[in-house]
Design a protein around this ligand. Structure first.
Ligand code: IYR
Length: 222
């Protein structure tokens, strides 16, 4: 049996209800301005911004606090190129054979195709790996729990942190993504989860004119 953690007092600042509402409204306003961008500038971004966004992501709740994530930050042009070449092989297969007509029809309004120049242009590719297992100092293997939920939450915080810092991102999921283990030398107990492309938008970048569902369509109160 493992020992229990010591328990310490919670640090909790209570706010009055007016400032709670103002904070909730202002956060909604702020996150609603986030857009997924596919046209990236090659303008460099200070590494400390990425470090801090990753630290924020690492605060995410996770099953049994196992923190089943690993982030590989790729800025090396040769490695970015290798990722682009491998991703475009899979993507060409996806767009020409693998995807169902229904899937292609769903994607058509976004205008995506197998060409992924942003994988080379953007200053950072943050490749997120999901760890099916953790290892203690002795190398003993432990199964992680709720890994997809945990990594999804961490990724959401990462995207929000980068948006808050003034960058744009693209969640890119070439499928399959096993090539990332090889290129980035990650063990087979880790599953590539997604590539988060991060940087500044290209001058004149455009985004599709899409909207988000209203509250009554995404939530019910009983
Ligand atoms: N991975 C492909 C296809 C793709 C799938 C979905 I669902 C998207 O929302 C966007 C793209 C690609 O990146 O082009």
């Amino acid at each position: 049996m493992s020992d229990s953690y010591p328990f310490i007092p919670l640090e909790f600042d209570e706010h009055d209800s007016d400032s709670m509402l103002a904070a909730a409204q202002s956060f909604y306003q702020h996150v609603s301005q986030r857009r997924t961008v596919r046209e990236f500038s090659d303008r460099p971004v200070p590494r400390e911004i990425i470090d801090n966004a990753l630290l924020a992501a690492g605060t995410a709740p996770s099953g049994a606090n196992m923190q089943p994530w690993h982030f590989v930050v790729v800025s090396n042009p040769a490695v970015k190129k290798e990722i682009r070449v491998a991703a475009e092989v899979e993507e060409l297969e996806f767009y020409t054979h693998r995807a169902s007509q229904e899937w292609l029809d769903a994607l058509a309004p976004l205008g995506t195709d197998e060409h992924k120049p942003f994988l080379e242009t953007a200053p950072y590719l943050i490749v997120i790996f999901l760890k099916k297992f953790s290892f203690d100092e002795a190398g003993k293997r432990f199964k992680n729990y709720y890994t997809a939920e945990s990594v999804g939450i961490a990724t959401g915080i990462l995207i929000t942190a980068l948006h808050t810092a003034g960058l744009v991102t693209l969640t890119h999921t070439p499928s399959p993504m096993k090539f990332l283990n090889k290129i980035l030398d990650r063990p087979s107990t880790e599953r590539p989860y997604l590539i988060l492309v991060a940087g500044y938008p290209e001058d004149g970048a455009t985004v599709p004119d899409i909207s988000k569902l209203p509250l009554e369509d995404i939530a019910s109160y009983i």
